[in-house]
Design a protein around this ligand. Structure first.
Ligand code: C5P
Length: 238
């Protein structure tokens, strides 16, 4: 049975990690009945621009604009206003930009016509491990403590949630409470290859652990039957 429960559909975020407008359009056409939110990242947005956002909206789906702003507050405020004016459902900024920068992102949204746009914080990228954090970036905190600290900083600055690895969900929930949004990539159904993702959870495990949204890319994009793959994930989290 197709699970078209909008609640489940809206928990599934598909990473549109493709190179062209044509490819992205084809995937949106194929999957907008099964996927509520499409993630548009730096590669696709740099190549294609706002027209992909407009196209996704024309199919009545939502957009997570994954551009991870990190700049001086004034610049982030302007970029955030521009993101909100595109009508995206959510976008993100790096927490290490600090409280003032995160507050500027929120005030950019509030000065736009789409005041409900969700702003998420990126804590520590999953490509950064304990060693890189300490030896290269010179942050001596334990990684998990640093993630929890940044999540709370984001919450106190007025952000609605964070992007986090599945492993960090529990800690962030404890630190930031039940209303704080957690969106998690690194999700792999049992039937899909892990690829370069190392610390994975299945969609059901991630939702059960407290994720509000799961980001899935290759398990759907590389599937022989993409609709079937998306449907299976919806059934699993349903
Ligand atoms: O193909 P896959 O399911 O691994 O795609 C996951 C998506 O989530 C990619 O777009 C990736 O860049 C993004 N992402 C991630 N880990 C993070 C943040 C974002 O995998 N910590």
């Amino acid at each position: 049975m197709i699970n078209k429960n909008p609640k489940n559909k809206d928990k599934l975020v598909l990473a549109l990690d493709v190179e062209s407008f044509e490819e992205a359009k084809k995937i949106v056409d194929e999957l907008h009945d099964y996927v509520g939110i499409f993630k548009v990242g730096k590669q696709l947005f740099t190549k294609v621009g706002p027209k992909i956002v407009e196209y996704i909206h024309s199919k009545k789906a939502k957009v997570f604009l994954d551009l991870k702003y990190h700049d001086i507050p004034n610049t982030v405020q302007g970029a955030s206003k521009a993101a909100a004016e595109l009508g995206v459902f959510m976008f993100n900024v790096h927490c290490v930009g600090g409280s003032e920068m995160m507050k500027a992102a929120i005030s950019g949204v509030k000065s736009s016509k789409n005041k409900d746009t969700i702003v998420l914080g990126v804590t520590v990228l999953t490509s950064i491990n304990e060693e890189i954090l300490r030896d290269e970036i010179h942050v001596t905190d334990i990684l998990a403590d640093y993630v929890a600290h940044l999540a709370l900083l984001a919450k106190n600055a007025g952000l609605q949630g964070v992007v986090a690895s599945p492993k960090e969900i529990k800690l962030i929930r404890e630190e930031c409470g039940k209303d704080f949004i957690i969106l998690t990539p690194g999700v792999r159904p049992e039937w899909a290859a892990a690829g370069d993702q190392k610390r994975v959870m299945t969609p059901k495990e991630a939702i059960d652990a407290g994720a509000d949204y799961i980001v899935v890319g290759r398990p759907i994009l590389a599937a022989k039957d993409r609709k079937e793959a998306a449907k299976k994930i919806l059934e699993e989290i349903g």
